[in-house]
Unconditional design. Structure first.
Length: 258
């Protein structure tokens, strides 16, 4: 028996990176998963996720509110319900001070990371409120708790994810539980890109910077998509039935404050 047997889950940004880890963990635990992403074509590897659940991939831009409404409604109609929404779609920014960040970067980061989360949560939240059950899990960041220089706009968008998590939890209680995950430095394409920019600026070797950073994390390593998948399963399963409005550190000790 999987911990998510019989659950229908809608995961945005699930085709790669942390999202793929969530998708694979959900399928393994028995959920019927719809993976929504802008990647086209979607990676074939998603069809190989083992487990007792099922997986279907659709193309979706979370900044298109009408498309989000149609996609969420379609999933609920096809499966008869929607039990879990995972707001994972997100974009990063080039490493820039806020005063040097152009409008197009600000607009893009907030359109995907904030407006996209609102659109998906609004569409799914209405359905879940009618069902009188459901879970919303969002991917925030440790930078949504403490800003990092050079990541100010991205950080602000993740602070917004934390704040929206709290207010949605209050507005959708008692039947819909809303929580978010705050990953630390994870092994993703975004991490390699960020350290590549930092290494270029500092005249350093990227891999050396990565190794130095990992060594400073109390648990001695960076996080993985599998780590995020495990926590997402916990928040989607019955284990977390008395948890809502919370932001969970998933940092290996890199971030230990609330």
């Amino acid at each position: 028996m999987g911990r998510l047997d019989g659950k229908v889950a809608f995961v945005t940004g699930g085709a790669r990176g942390l999202g793929a880890g969530i998708v694979e963990a959900f399928v393994r635990e028995g959920a019927d998963v719809v993976c929504a992403d802008v990647i086209d074509p979607l990676p074939e590897r998603l069809g190989d996720a083992p487990g007792g659940g099922s997986l279907r991939a659709i193309h979706l831009d979370v900044t298109d509110t009408a498309a989000v409404e149609d996609a969420v409604r379609g999933v609920a109609t096809e499966h008869g319900s929607l039990d879990v929404l995972v707001n994972n779609a997100g974009v990063a920014q080039p490493i820039l001070d806020v005063v040097d960040t152009p409008d197009d970067v600000v607009d893009r980061v907030f359109a995907v990371n904030v407006k996209g989360m609102i659109a998906c949560s609004r569409a799914a939240g209405r359905l879940m409120r009618e069902q009188k059950r459901g879970r919303i899990v969002s991917t925030a960041s440790q930078t949504g708790r403490q800003a990092w220089p050079g990541w100010g706009v991205y950080s602000a968008s993740k602070f917004a994810v934390v704040g929206l998590t709290q207010v949605l939890a209050l507005e959708l209680a008692p039947h819909v539980l809303v929580n978010c995950i705050c990953p630390g430095t994870m092994v993703t394409d975004m991490m390699y890109t960020g350290f590549g920019e930092a290494a270029k600026t500092a005249g350093r070797d990227r891999d050396e910077l990565i190794a130095e950073h990992a060594a400073k994390i109390p648990l001695g390593r960076m996080g993985t998509a599998e780590d995020v998948g495990k926590m997402a399963v916990f928040l989607a399963a019955d284990d977390s039935c008395f948890t809502t409005g919370a932001s969970f550190n998933l940092t290996g000790g890199e971030c230990v404050f609330f």
